[in-house]
Design a protein around this ligand. Structure first.
Ligand SMILES: Cc1cc2nc3c(=O)[nH]c(=O)nc-3n(C[C@H](O)[C@H](O)[C@H](O)COP(=O)(O)OP(=O)(O)OC[C@H]3O[C@@H](n4cnc5c(N)ncnc54)[C@H](O)[C@@H]3O)c2cc1C
Length: 453
């Protein structure tokens, strides 16, 4: 197969699909190369025994207008679903017991999650000095401004929930740029958040409601709608061993599709794959520039999906429960999905996801599926009190490269990306190697990428 196109996009996960969707709306000539036999990347919705569940991400946050707008742009092709009210209640495990995460002043004073000293200490947060080290890890910033118990029982479990990571290894400037800027701009989280509440927002910015979202019927309905709207014939699935080399007027891409060689010539190439795929795909790029990308750490995560036709356990009246590392448990947390989203479990039943592994428990990733099942059954029974542990669905899903960690290599990595792009005109490196790990970040970047070519 030989083809000439203007733009090639590599990877048909949420980022690549978003780029393709907006390229097609702008009548651009493009082709997407995807090595798997399906689109969606880590997003995959499955149906089993009357349950609808996700094998990758479960919910996102409408953290920017682009994430809200993609649903407007797709019109009726798929429907945004905002999570129900339970989303506002979140549990944190302390001394083996679930405690509600405080959501207001009174509950913040009463909560046993934080020490009395840190509760008083927080009153002084607006008066504490700004940080001066742009390479400061998140743990350092939180300890400095809020105290150890906030780090251990608020931030640490939150980081497990978002990055499956370690706050001592994530740099705030790169992993949580909004938080970093809040301190740098306003000098305080509390003061900055209050001031921001009173700032005038444009109509567009108001779309970033920070509401928790999914898609009616599952997230694959979003990725399939993007695939359809971008034009299915513009996707080459099963495109393996893609190699890119510079050639006259752009780049030549070669690889194998269904046992046959393909050659595609393009003026511009956008990659949206993980960092681990870039080295072999870009053999012409200086290895010293590829190396900081290859140094990026990814959290290894196992998701166990549990469906019960009849639920007699702890009331599922929240988003879920997160487990601080200090609690020394073998699971990271439990999401109460049927309490948030419609149609996920049969009436009277329950759908939960349990997460295992992460950056600090890579040892668990080496265990067999049977060993993981035993661990999940033991932990879930103790934490959620289902009575007899007899799930109707029990799926184990593994991700070797679940979530990239924006750690110590971040500055060097971003500089390397800039250098690669300026040395090789027409080559753009996107994907979750930069600009955020959440679904809303991916949509925002995917849309932006479509405007850079
Ligand atoms: C277990 C898990 C839970 C998550 N939970 C949440 C959550 O709760 N909320 C949230 O907002 N986000 C969550 N995320 C993150 C979110 O899912 C991702 O950031 C997003 O889906 C990534 O999309 P992407 O297109 O950038 O990457 P991917 O989905 O990884 O897509 C990359 C694509 O590139 C393809 N590819 C790779 N190499 C090549 C190659 N050489 N040639 C051709 N194609 C190639 C891959 O097959 C894949 O299809 C979670 C992720 C995981 C794994």
């Amino acid at each position: 197969m030989e083809k000439n196109v203007d733009i090639v996009v590599i990877g048909a996960g949420l980022t690549g699909l978003t780029t393709a969707f907006y390229l097609s709306r702008n009548n651009r000539d493009f082709l997407v190369l995807e090595e798997k036999d399906r689109v969606g990347g880590v997003i995959q919705t499955s149906h089993e025994n009357g349950f609808t569940f996700e094998e990758g991400p479960n919910t996102g946050v409408l953290g920017n207008p682009d994430a809200a707008e993609i649903f407007e742009d797709l019109k009726d092709a798929c429907k945004l679903e905002i999570a129900g009210e339970n989303v506002n209640k979140r549990y944190i495990l302390k001394n083996g017991k679930w405690e509600a995460m405080p959501m207001g002043l009174v509950s913040a004073v009463k909560t046993p999650l934080f020490t009395l000293k840190d509760k008083f200490r927080i009153l002084g947060e607006p008066f504490r000095k700004r940080g001066t080290d742009p390479e400061e890890p998140l743990s350092g910033l939180v300890k400095r401004r809020m105290g150890n118990s906030f780090l251990d029982y608020a931030i640490d479990p939150f980081i497990l929930g978002v990055y499956s990571g370690d706050p001592a290894l994530l740099l705030t400037k790169y992993a949580f740029p909004k938080l970093y800027n809040l301190e740098q701009t306003y000098g305080s989280f509390i003061g900055g958040s209050v001031k921001k509440m009173f700032e005038n927002k444009s109509e567009r910015d108001k779309k970033a409601t920070r509401k928790v979202f999914s898609v009616e019927g599952g997230l694959s309905n979003l990725t399939n709608a993007l695939w359809q709207a971008a034009g299915k014939d513009r996707f080459l699935l099963n495109a393996k061993n893609t190699e890119i080399i510079p050639s006259e007027g752009g780049y030549t891409l070669t690889g194998m599709v269904n046992g046959e060689k393909f050659t595609v010539k393009a003026r511009k190439v956008i990659t949206t794959t993980g960092a681990y795929a870039l080295g072999s795909m870009l053999p012409f790029v200086d290895r010293n520039l590829i190396s900081p990308l290859e140094k990026m750490k990814y959290a290894k995560v196992i998701q166990a999906v549990l469906g019960f036709r009849e639920w007699n356990g702890m009331p599922l009246d929240g988003f879920g429960g997160l487990i601080p590392f200090k609690e020394k448990r073998d699971v990271l947390g439990v999401l109460f999905l049927s309490a948030l989203l419609s149609g996920r479990a049969p009436q009277g039943g329950a759908l939960c996801s349990v997460f295992v592994g992460g950056v600090r428990r890579e040892d668990l990733f080496a265990k067999t599926d049977d060993e993981i099942r035993t661990i999940v059954a033991r932990e879930f029974t103790d934490l959620m009190k289902p009575g007899k542990f007899n799930p109707d669905v029990f799926r184990i899903i593994r991700y070797h490269h679940a979530i990239p960690q924006y750690g110590a290599e971040s500055r060097e990595k971003l500089e390397a990306i800039d250098k690669i792009q300026s040395m090789h005109k027409g080559l753009i490196l996107g994907g979750n190697i930069r600009d955020g790990i959440g679904m809303a970040d991916r949509i925002k970047q995917g849309k932006l990428l479509s405007t850079l070519v």
